[in-house]
Design a protein around this ligand. Sequence first.
Ligand SMILES: NC(=O)c1ccc[n+]([C@@H]2O[C@H](COP(=O)([O-])OP(=O)(O)OC[C@H]3O[C@@H](n4cnc5c(N)ncnc54)[C@H](OP(=O)(O)O)[C@@H]3O)[C@@H](O)[C@H]2O)c1
Length: 250
Amino acid sequence: MTETAARRGTALVTGGSRGIGAAAAGALAADGWDVGISYRTRQDEAAKVVAACEKLGRRAYAVQADVAEADQIEQLFDAVTGELGAIGAVVNNAGIVSPSGRVAGYDVERLERVFRINTIGAFLVAGAAVRRMSTASGGAGGVIINVSSRGAVLGSAGEYVDYAASKAAVDTMTIGLANEVAKEGIRVLGIRPGLIETDIHEEGRLDRIGGTPPLGRPGKVEEVAELIAFLASERASYMTGSMVDVAGGR
Ligand SMILES: NC(=O)c1ccc[n+]([C@@H]2O[C@H](COP(=O)([O-])OP(=O)(O)OC[C@H]3O[C@@H](n4cnc5c(N)ncnc54)[C@H](OP(=O)(O)O)[C@@H]3O)[C@@H](O)[C@H]2O)c1
């Protein structure tokens, strides 16, 4: 795609300051979307993503918003809509992992944190999107792309079973919500990345297991971002309620 791609509308990417979210913002901008991104703390990184999207000839805007906080999510959607216009695509991407450890060692604080951000946050973002996009409430429809993980299927034994379970809940939400809003102009899709080169991994993890997928290497953020841009576009117009793996065969 080139900077002359026709304008598609406004996309919102949560956790767009780094990693997969930052690459998704770039791929969406290249595909014609004006892009709003959220970040939690890294304003400097968010500003770089905005500049990269603008360089592609699109408008972009960054907002600080913690996806674990419902009021901040509402402010995020309102701020992006006010700056860039009605939102037609939402990439539900912000997420965390916990430190490596076995289930027997998890405490309530750890469990609440991972489920609060990865699962409750994803539900709140999806709900905010539906309230604005649903044709049943005057919206123009749109697409929600939930960023899950292959861990949801594999279970992440010995590392973070809580993280894997928090993403499995997102997979189930994807199917249920897709059925709920299919006749309201909204497609809901999920992607399950495998081992992707970002800062989310603990020191040394990618060196240790990055070669284990059948394709023999970890994935690059651009390889996930391309899938997100495809799913957001009308090229995926007959897809909803599906989970797509992007995991090198893992
Ligand atoms: N990398 C992988 O191998 C992999 C595999 C499967 C699934 N995933 C999923 O892909 C998504 C992105 O992961 P990544 O690897 O790109 O991670 P990353 O490089 O650590 O980036 C995480 C992003 O999420 C934001 N964020 C974190 N907690 C937040 C919160 N409470 N509220 C708002 N934003 C928050 C961060 O903002 P700041 O920059 O301000 O900190 C950052 O933009 C996650 O959902 C992750 O579970 C990743």
